[in-house]
Write a protein that binds this ligand. Sequence first.
Ligand SMILES: [Zn+2]
Length: 329
Amino acid sequence: MKNIAAYVIFILFMTILLPLFLVKGCNPDNGEKPTKKTQQKIIEGKELIKIYNTKTGNTEEMELEEYLKGVVAAEMPAAFHIEALKAQAIAARTYALTRIERFSEGQIDHITAPLCTGIHCQAYLTLEELGQAHGQSWITEYWPKIMQAVDETKGMVVTFEGELIDAMYHSSSGGVTEDSENVFATAMPYLRSVPSPNEESAPKFSSSITMSFNDFVKKIQEMVPGINITKKNVTEVIKVADKSETGRIKKLMIGEKIIEGRDFRARFNLNSTNFKINLIGDNIEIETLGNGHGVGMSQWGANAMAKNGSTYEEILKHYYLGVEVTKYN
Ligand SMILES: [Zn+2]
């Protein structure tokens, strides 16, 4: 009987008490969400951030400002104007801090960290990886400029009514950015459609892909099983069901099925949802305008503004409406 009692106590200890100790031991904040105080510590470099490395599968810890240098270098061409690079550094800092706050218990796709090194969050490359990608001469020429963009904006963030914004950005918009609710679920007051001129030099400003009609049909049938598409009926079977004011496709009607523009974009690996499908002989050509989701700051638009004399603050205030660019406190 005594043995059974001891056994029960042992099991209770193992199942309830021990995990409690372990949780307490691993988490000095007792599971509280990070507060502004924690974010302040992160900004000052007194607390490290956790980043899930998509290449190694490891979770690494680093200082926010060091992480940002690898993000700016990976996310924007370093030949861009310094004011555009500074705008990028501030957007990336704000984006990271927002994610750290929102996913304090880990992001669903990488539960050990709120951010990853892939384009899923923000692309990040180490100095070594940058050297491998661009060569040593790139490091000599551009790394000081990347450091300057981050260092000279240290601690600066974008806020709306005192709160950090969801600082979305993309490569090129195709001439006009998009309202957030047309791409993501939520309408954000600062993520509104704004003109983004002079992006034409962006390499993927306009592009097209071509495939055989049969390959096109196969891919469509993966989305809508059993659908009958011929060259004769294709324009009747695939129709635009909903388009945003900026011309991006929100929904397609394929037969009886509604397909989201972003799902179609992913399936065909298109640069954006601003696309047009053309039947040319035995081929299908899909033309796209812009590169990326089109919400928030356009990187090529930011560079065009910088070259025309805009400061990083003017750039950020153009792409994020009604915001403040400020030191976080
Ligand atoms: Zn991620």
